[in-house]
Design a protein around this ligand. Structure first.
Ligand SMILES: CC(C)(COP(=O)(O)OP(=O)(O)OC[C@H]1O[C@@H](n2cnc3c(N)ncnc32)[C@H](O)[C@@H]1OP(=O)(O)O)[C@@H](O)C(=O)NCCC(=O)NCCS
Length: 215
């Protein structure tokens, strides 16, 4: 039987695969991988309070990609996409596109309309910058020497239209995902039950000391 691929809120048991995925791509330092681990702790402890949500992309039992995002504090419409990552061996097959569309749907489902992404100008982030442009994001700001001398901050945004029934159907031309529409419906149910109801949730402040925005 072929494996079924799906995007869904990450399970506690996904931690090792998520960290392995982050290590496999070769662009993140150990400190950055440790930050993913910390954010995953916050997600498992209380996604609403921490402001960190994780999605995993599964092929059968194997996790081959993840995304971490959350509503932006003190904003009514924005959400941050902190990390998106596809394991080295799974790249080029539509994994990140499926994760990105799931984040878009989740952000819309909580009544927000803007995804903000911070990334680096380093050459090894060129695939990421190309990916964001391909996903319909726009580079709106670049701050020279932000991360380091010669390493700029690049800010991408993605403006979302209000939800339609069609937005729950995946659009990944190179990797059609079987039964993804059912998975995403399940996802939004899980999302509401696991994270209380974010539509009515009070505002919160992110814990101090976290880097605002992943790379
Ligand atoms: C960027 C990244 C997430 C893309 O993941 P992926 O699963 O390979 O991407 P997909 O296969 O879903 O590609 C989606 C679209 O982006 C484009 N894209 C992806 N990687 C690309 C690359 N290296 N160069 C140019 N375009 C690229 C593809 O052309 C594709 O569009 P298409 O379907 O119209 O051809 C992956 O390269 C990665 O994990 N990089 C390391 C981690 C990272 O930098 N993350 C971002 C910062 S947190």
């Amino acid at each position: 039987m072929p494996f079924q691929s799906s995007v869904a809120p990450s399970l506690p048991s996904d931690r090792a695969a998520i960290l392995a995925c982050a290590r496999s791509v070769g662009v993140f330092t150990e400190e950055e991988v440790a930050t993913v681990d910390e954010l995953f702790d916050g997600y498992l402890r209380d996604a609403q309070k921490s402001g960190y949500n994780f999605f995993s992309y599964r092929d059968g039992d194997a996790v081959s990609g993840f995304a971490c995002w959350g509503p932006t504090s003190l904003s009514k419409g924005a959400a941050d996409l902190y990390w998106i990552c596809t394991a080295q061996e799974a790249q080029g097959k539509g994994v990140a596109a499926a994760l990105f569309r799931a984040v878009e749907d989740a952000v819309r489902s909580i009544g927000r309309w803007l995804i903000v992404i911070w990334t680096s100008s380093r050459p090894d982030y060129q695939p990421a910058r190309d990916f964001y442009l391909r996903m319909g994001c726009e580079l709106v700001a670049q701050i020279a020497d932000f991360y380091d001398r010669g390493e700029d901050l690049c800010v991408f945004i993605r403006r979302l239209q209000p939800p339609t029934s069609k937005s729950l159907i995946a659009r990944s031309p190179r990797h059609p995902i079987s039964k993804l529409s059912q998975s995403l419906s399940k996802l939004s149910v899980n999302f509401k039950t696991r994270h209380i109801d974010l539509l009515t949730a009070p505002r919160y402040t992110k814990p101090p000391g976290q880097r605002a925005g992943g790379l």
